[in-house]
Design a protein around this ligand. Sequence first.
Ligand code: CU
Length: 266
Amino acid sequence: MRIRFFVFSSVVLCALAAAACGADKSGPNTVDVVVHDTAIDIPATLKPGFTTFKIAGESDGDNHLIFVHAHTGVSLDQLKGGIAANDGSGDSLVTIVGGNGGMPKGSEADVTFELKEGNYGVALYGGEGDLAASSYFTVHGNGKAPAPKADGTIALGPGLVFSLPAGFDGKGTYEVVNKDGETHEAAFVRLADGQSVDDAKSWAASGFEGPPPLEPAGGFGALDGGERGWIQADLKPGKYAIICWIPGDDGLPHWVNGMSAPFTVD
Ligand SMILES: [Cu+2]
């Protein structure tokens, strides 16, 4: 499979992770993931239920992970083959269920989604769309960890739009729901001093030449239509936008064609 994203630099990711998957009756299970330059460490086996992945970015790139759930009947070897091919041939084997928006080294993103029985893949793509690293885990057993309590909902679509909760300030736990038929993400980017999303569009129109007017700041990663997850946001003060980097038919990221919304963190 190949989900091509625009990234700011070549990256490789890998994580080293610890996995705690204890049953917490008050909330989701938690799993630690660490992204390194050449691998992603994540436990090989996890339980079903709502699960928070605490993703620590230790690679020099964007530390941008994509989680996919293989359809029923797809073997682990088939899943691995589809991801390794990185040519789109594996797309029909999986549902994209979440991940994190790009973020710099030293950052952490906490994202939650529901794990169901079956095989999962986790992928990191480099700046040229190359597969930088991948890892795999299987979900089975008994588990009923509940969903997080949300302070509000961030809607993706329908169409190339975001709907942010009233008063969204980049702090708290937010449900992220893809209400469109296409894949989207809810990446946070920090705008450079004096820059706006319109300035970023000019930068995009110039072929992404020159210094980026925005920098990655985490957020929730790609979700197929109808899927949902949660982001635990805790952004530093500044001016931000929530944007989708997934390209449309014209090859430009969705945010250039309107899928963005500004917000301020005080
Ligand atoms: Cu999109």
